[in-house]
Every structure is written in C-alpha cells, then in structure tokens.
Design a binder for this molecule. Structure first.
Ligand SMILES: NC(=O)c1ccc[n+]([C@@H]2O[C@H](COP(=O)([O-])OP(=O)(O)OC[C@H]3O[C@@H](n4cnc5c(N)ncnc54)[C@H](O)[C@@H]3O)[C@@H](O)[C@H]2O)c1
Length: 388
C-alpha cells in the first residue's frame, strides 16, 4: 500500500525557546499507533505547554486547589499504571539526624503513562513544634518527561498527606470486608485526618472511628473532638452520622474494629496478634523506614499480604522485620496493590481472613497528585510562574 505523508509542524515559542513537533498523517483517514502517539503529544503541548514557565505553589495554594476525591482516583490510576509497567520507582534515600531526632527522605520516580517524573525531599523535625515551627517540611519538583523541562515546584507536605490518605483508604476499600463499619486509626498525628477523610469517602457506611494514640492520648481526644468540622471544611465530607471515639486501650479498639490504619512513628509493635478478630484488614503506613514496626509480626502469618512496591516494602515497610526474623517468607506476599486494583491477583476471599496492605509511600503518587494541583492552580491563576 502506498502512503503520501504530510508533515504538520507545530511550533511553540516561549521567549527564547522553540519546540517543534512533527506529526505525520497518512493520506487516508487512518492514523497508525506511532503517529497517533505523536498526535497525542502535540495535543499535550498545545494544552499544557503554552508557555514554559515553572509554576511555584506554596502549602496554602496547594491546599486551596487540591481535592481528596480527585487524588484518590489519581492514586488508584497510578497504582494500576505501575501494575502495567508504566512507572518506575527510583531507589529511596533516607537519613536520620540523630542529634536532632529528625529524619529526611528523598523519593523519586517516573510515570510513563502521564509523562511525568521528579522527586521530593521531605524533612520531619518533630522538635520544631517546641520552636513554634512546622515539623514537616519539604519541596517537590515535577518535570515533563517529554522534554525534561520542570513544570512545577511546590510544597510537598500537603500533597504527601493527601496521597498517603488516599493510599491507606484504597487499601481499606480494596481489602476490608464489604460490611466493615468500624475503623481504627492508630496514631493521631498529621496523617490521621487525611486517612479518615479518604476512608470515609470510599467507605461511607463506616459509622464508628476509634482514634488511638498511646503516646499522646490528649492529641487523640483533641482530634476526636475536632475531626467532624475538619472533614466538612477541608474535605467536604459529611460525617454527622459517624461516632469518633478517642480510645485509650489499643486492645479494646482493635477488638472492635473491622479495618485498622496505622500511622505512627513506632519502632516496636503496638497491636498484638491475640487482640485481632478474624476478618480484620490492616493498612500499615507508618513504617516507611528501616526499623519501624507497628503491628505484631505474627499477624502476618496466614494473612493475605499486599505491598505498594514489594522491593521497597521488604526494605523499609511493615513487613521488613517479620521477613528478617523469619516470621514470614517473601513467597507469603500475595502481590502489589496495583495488580489487585487491576484484577490481576486475588483479594479477600472470605469474611474471616486477615488482610494487610503495606504502604511505604511511592513518589509516583505524589507526581499524579501534584499534576492535579498544577492543572487546577493554572485554571484558577494561583501561584507564581517563574522562568528557570
Ligand atoms: N507510608 C507513607 O506513605 C507515609 C507518608 C507520610 C508519613 N508516613 C509515616 O507515618 C508516620 C506518621 O506520620 P505523621 O506525619 O502523622 O507523624 P506525626 O509525628 O505527626 O504523628 C505520629 C503520631 O503517632 C503517635 N504515636 C503513637 N504511638 C507511637 C509510638 N510508639 N512511637 C511514636 N509515635 C507514636 C504520636 O503520638 C503521633 O501522634 C511516620 O512514621 C511517617 O514517617 C508514611
């Protein structure tokens, strides 16, 4: 068959820079796969790259434009892209500042499906609170993977909380019993409200939430008292029908919960195997560095175990210590959440099995959430556009 190829040159100009995209179109109406892909890229540039400035967003601006429901769907989508080989996670770097009792990590990655790559550096300096400073600070950078040109630089803290909330909740939604009504939060710190908001969005039938913080019970009480208003104001979640209980006893709360989310900085298990009732689901998010552990390793025995990224979870996740101690073996890991969400692997099969989602946090989640913030901020003309 003969084809006459035409070339359309799309020229984009931003002060000093020119960008050419060649699009070949066949004489007939059909466009083959490669050409279609070029066409999609052209559309991308037309929409996104009308100029080449970097959008800079501070914490309040990110907060103003980003929406939990949208982040949940983006996180679901990127877990699925990971399962399809459409993303790359680059090695995690982390460091503990011993004298400062603080930690930092650098996470990075590439989402092929969205043509985005980048990194974030996050610092957790808990003693900052005594100095009247925020403890949790970081910056993320987002690049366009067609050109390597940065498209966004923003505060990383709020996006991290949002995508972490979405991750924990997607674990609950995918794995907890369909009739689950009682949720327990272990850890009443910064992440807790985001976990509660995202879980109530995905599982609106939850009618009781235990908030447990053995290290700081007043904080659990405070959160239980204020969370309804925060849910309404910040996340547009109506939780009027939900009972929030600050519970001092971990044992009591676990025994009455269908789903448990752990978000503490613990390095010793706080939830014991003998307290857990059959059918409980765990989304474990606190363990994101070597040596952290929140639940008894024995809970893993016989459970269905899912990871956000198997290699990273083995290295720094909740499963790190049970694997090192030989409580479980690598072969006991059922698979990754992305495969579960794609329907490639089996999930919960009955109402009595224990399920665990070990979520160590992947930068690809931040990337897609950041993209939501960039798009929304551009629409609303929020933030500062700068030339690099
Ligand atoms: N997996 C992820 O994607 C992800 C993302 C963000 C944060 N994290 C991790 O989640 C954890 C919580 O983060 P945060 O921002 O809410 O921190 P935070 O310091 O604001 O809150 C932690 C809470 O855990 C409580 N806690 C209960 N038992 C504890 C114990 N034994 N040791 C220490 N603290 C205990 C503290 O009192 C505090 O209220 C951290 O370990 C953080 O690194 C994970």
């Amino acid at each position: 068959m003969q084809f006459n190829l035409k070339t359309i040159v799309q020229q984009h100009m931003n002060r000093r820079k020119f960008l050419f995209i060649n699009i070949k179109i066949r004489d007939g109406k059909e466009i083959d796969k490669d050409i279609y892909s070029d066409y999609k890229k052209k559309m991308f540039y037309e929409k996104e790259m009308a100029h080449m400035g970097v959008l800079i967003l501070n914490r309040e601006e990110v907060k103003k434009v980003i929406d939990m429901r949208e982040v949940i769907e983006k996180v679901r989508g990127v877990y699925q892209l990971k399962a399809k080989g459409q993303s790359v996670i680059w090695p995690l770097v982390n460091y503990e500042f011993e004298e400062e009792h603080a930690a930092m990590d650098i996470r990075s990655g590439y989402v092929k499906g969205e043509q985005l790559h980048g990194l974030k550096m996050l610092n957790n300096f808990p003693d900052n609170t005594k100095k009247g400073l925020p403890p949790f600070n970081g910056v993320m950078m987002v690049y366009d993977s067609n050109t390597g040109i940065p498209i966004g630089i923003m505060d990383a803290s709020y996006i991290t909380c949002m995508r972490t909330g979405a991750a924990g909740a997607l674990g609950v939604d995918a794995l907890a019993r369909k009739d689950a009504r009682h949720l327990m939060l272990l850890g009443a710190g910064k992440q807790a409200p985001f976990q509660i908001a995202a879980t109530l969005i995905l599982r609106p039938q939850i009618d009781k939430v235990y908030i447990v913080d053995p290290v700081n019970y007043p904080q659990a009480q405070d959160l239980a008292a204020k969370i309804k208003a925060q849910l309404k104001e910040e996340f547009k979640v109506d939780a009027d029908g939900v009972e929030f209980v600050a519970e001092e006893s971990i044992e009591k709360a676990v025994a009455d919960s269908d789903a448990v989310i752990t978000v503490t900085r613990a390095t010793k298990p706080m939830i014991m195997n003998e307290w857990v009732k059959p059918g409980t689901h765990f989304s474990c998010l606190g363990s994101d560095m070597e040596g952290k552990e929140e639940i008894d390793g024995k809970i893993f025995q016989g459970a269905k175990i899912y990871a956000d990224d198997i290699a990273q979870c083995i290295r720094v996740g909740e499963m790190e210590i049970p694997l090192k101690e030989g409580t479980i073996k690598k072969e006991d890991i059922t698979g990754e959440i992305g495969d579960l969400l794609c329907g490639n692997i089996v999930g919960r099969e009955n109402d009595s099995e224990i399920t665990i989602f070990d979520a160590t946090g992947l930068y690809i989640l931040d990337l897609v959430a950041a993209k939501v913030a960039i798009t929304k901020a551009k629409e609303a003309k929020i933030g500062i556009e700068a030339e690099m």
